[in-house]
Design a protein around this ligand. Structure first.
Ligand code: UTP
Length: 407
């Protein structure tokens, strides 16, 4: 794209302001900036202020396996899961491309030290959990780590400096997710600096497309991986490549599975796994009617009670089928650092605009079926979003100690 074409395009969209200072850029900077402009997804802008992404279908209770049944069929599930792992059919995807703004930590979130008397990093907790399964299966599990342009180098360096926390580095691959531009509340593009649009990672829903773009399909094929277990960086109690979960999903002939924890109070804020128009779907707490959140089953328990914890299992064959489908784009309010019209850097303390994100939960809705697999939140759910309070470093430390981890 030439400078003239960029000006014409931007002015036709009311975005001419971003070209200010263009002539002062180096040739390389001009080229990068024009490429950024060429790659803008203008259709995303039409979503601002519309609620089409929120139009939902009819909900019903999804198929599920609860704790008591898991306990009763433990050996059967475990044997099937371990067999798949031993054959190299299971890979794990660590979603670590997020900005972790709520934690307010400069390094990637996984580099946060939750230890108190010794170092214990979030990444290390996750690797330790994965190593438990590696030992049991006597086989390493391929681990693919999604980073973003903003934290890729710091993440790779951290793993290298810590010798992959004892993991076999031949089984670890990094890939970078796509970025998306950000706008202010009037839909005007924000600049990070002159000649550079403010961008941020495009959400956790583009992970498979980004993996393929990074050329990792050949690695998946060469290793014979048939299942991918996707999980968030911030749950330090996360059980990854859990043989029971994998076994139950395979034996039930499902193409995907979701680990869930039980919601007990109608007001609890969690995304719930449901059937939506007969297909698996996740409904956020703020999308749920009072009637739905309070509905009871015959035994008096909540009817919709399977809270998702961002730990999903997908069949690779199914992922290949859906990877080119259009995904819902979510318009999310965020704090976006930018430069103002006078060129001053501004780091807002309150949300000041919108980012456009794809979410992994929308991939669940593209699956033909999905198994809700219940886990006990006291053993498997300690998310770190904030420093203190709910879902924080403090609450995660408490849960780690309850699980016998010395901090
Ligand atoms: P969150 O929704 O907590 O977002 O991510 P975040 O960006 O990490 O944190 P805040 O909202 O700025 O505080 C849930 C999981 O999805 C990953 C995160 O790294 C985390 O594991 N994620 C999120 C990505 O990999 N890419 C993204 O673009 C967003």
């Amino acid at each position: 794209m030439t400078k003239e074409q960029a000006i014409e395009l931007l002015e036709s969209r009311g975005q001419g302001h971003v070209m200010r200072g263009f002539d002062n850029l180096s040739e390389a900077q001009k080229e990068t900036f024009l490429a950024q402009i060429e790659n803008i997804n203008w259709s995303d802008f039409e979503l601002i202020g519309s609620d089409s992404a929120n139009a939902r279908g009819e909900f019903a209770v999804p198929p599920a396996i609860e704790l008591s049944e898991i306990e009763a069929r433990k050996d059967e599930f475990e044997a099937a899961g371990l067999e798949a792992i031993k054959k190299g059919e299971v890979g794990a995807i660590l979603l670590a491309g997020g900005m972790g703004t709520r934690l307010g930590f400069d390094l990637p979130k996984g580099c946060y030290n939750v230890g108190q008397t010794h170092d214990l990093y979030i990444f290390e907790c996750l690797i330790n959990n994965l190593l438990d399964v590696v030992k049991k299966a006597d086989a390493f599990i391929p681990l693919y780590i999604m980073t973003s342009e903003k934290n890729d180098k710091a993440t790779r360096d951290f793993f290298a400096e810590h010798d992959y926390f004892g993991y076999n580095s031949d089984f670890v691959k990094f890939f970078i997710q796509d970025m998306a531009c950000a706008v202010d509340y009037d839909g005007k593009l924000l600049l990070e600096e002159e000649g550079r649009l403010a961008t941020s990672p495009n959400g956790n829903g583009g992970w498979y497309a980004s993996m393929l773009k990074a050329g990792l399909k050949s690695d998946i094929q060469a290793r014979g991986v048939k299942w991918l277990n996707v999980f968030a960086v911030d749950n330090v109690l996360q059980r990854i490549a859990d043989p029971l979960f994998i076994g139950a999903t395979i034996l039930g002939n499902y193409v995907s599975g979701s680990k869930v924890v039980r919601k007990v109070e109608p007001a609890e804020k969690m995304g719930l796994l449901c059937l939506e128009d007969g297909k698996p779907g996740i409904v956020e707490y703020y999308e749920m009617s009072k009637e739905m959140s309070e509905a009871r089953a015959a035994d008096g328990s909540l009817l919709y009670k399977y809270g998702v914890i961002l730990n999903y299992l997908f069949s690779v064959e199914k992922l290949d089928e859906i990877v080119d489908n259009n995904m819902v784009v979510h318009v999310v309010e965020k704090k976006i650092p930018f430069i103002d019209a006078d060129g001053n850097k501004v780091s807002p303390t309150e949300p000041n605009g919108y980012k456009f994100e794809l979410l992994v939960l929308d991939m669940i809705h593209m699956m033909d079926n999905n198994l809700a697999f219940e886990v006990d939140r006291n053993y498997e759910f300690a998310p770190i979003k904030n420093l203190h309070g709910v879902d924080s470093v403090d609450s995660a430390r408490e849960l780690l100690e309850k699980n016998g981890i010395v901090l």
